[in-house]
Design a protein around this ligand. Structure first.
Ligand code: ZN
Length: 283
């Protein structure tokens, strides 16, 4: 399932072919994804210029010249494919339409952007740009972890008195946007905090460490995604899925990465999700 860095990588990959460009032709091949697609979607997209392509949590938002914003959520298996345009040094011809190509956008400049989603847990909607932030999916989301509203005082306030494990608190999208299971595991490892520790028992100095570590872990992953863009363009035009190495995630039984630690990575299940951590250096 794509997490924030993957979605940001997709957004950055789409920028050069979508932002500032007109959607010459939109093709919508089914009435629904996870939810029904908006009525007249193809007509509402065709002829619109993408003014800005931004991200909020794991949603990609294309603000259009028509006063509407196209919201895209990749869900579990949604993929964005680019074909036809000059992409760096590589050129992809439009492939034959494939099964699960649900929405196809032919862009000014010659690129075709295809949303393919075999499992259809993805979503698309069209919302008035002026009130997009109030959309039920977006209104409930906490501050962006890479933005200015997420800082030490904010996090300390939100963790204070909270009886849930720190792992669950950081996964809570009301508290901070877009942090998923993989990256929370990595952050807690770097912070030396056991995932089952109660949020209220995280100390002030640990909170002070957490904020920059959250930014660091996400920034590293976005960087890895950026450097993968070129490779993926070369491969098949698919954006956003890249190999990234993790220090604890999915490493149960492997040696701890810390040079001065003889421990090995353990796994526990919290709220149905696997938590990977080093019992030696996370307390
Ligand atoms: Zn360790």
């Amino acid at each position: 399932m794509p997490e924030l860095p993957e979605v940001e990588t997709v957004r950055r990959g789409l920028l050069p072919v979508m932002e500032g460009r007109v959607i010459l032709q939109a093709q919508v091949n089914r009435p629904d994804l996870r939810w029904p697609l908006p009525p007249g979607m193809a007509e509402r997209l065709t002829g619109a210029r993408v003014e800005t392509l931004r991200r909020r949590s794991k949603y990609i938002l294309a603000d259009l010249s028509t006063g509407e914003t196209l919201l895209v959520h990749l869900g579990m298996s949604g993929r964005m494919l680019i074909s036809g345009a000059m992409l760096g040094d590589f050129h992809h011809d439009h492939p034959a339409p494939a099964k699960h190509d649900h929405v196809v956008l032919d862009m000014e400049g010659g690129a075709r952007v295809t949303f393919n989603d075999a499992r259809r847990f993805g979503a698309m909607d069209l919302l008035p740009t002026a009130t997009a932030a109030a959309h039920p999916l977006l209104a409930v989301i906490g501050p962006e972890p890479l933005g200015n509203d997420f800082h030490e005082d904010y996090l300390a306030g939100r963790l204070a008195g909270r009886n849930t494990p720190i792992k669950a608190a950081l996964l809570d999208q009301h508290l901070v946007a877009g942090l998923g299971n993989i990256y929370v595991c990595e952050v807690l490892f770097r912070a030396g905090i056991h995932p089952a520790r109660k949020a209220r028992d995280v100390t002030g100095s640990e909170v002070a460490r957490l904020v920059p570590l959250i930014r660091e872990v996400l920034a590293e992953a976005i960087e890895a995604g950026g450097s993968s863009l070129r490779d993926y363009r070369q491969a098949d035009g698919e954006l956003g899925y890249f190999q990234h190495t993790f220090r604890v995630y999915d490493r149960e039984g492997a040696a701890c990465h810390r040079a001065d630690c003889a421990g090995s990575i353990a796994r526990i299940v919290q709220s149905g999700r696997s938590s990977y951590f080093c019992p030696q250096c996370q307390r």
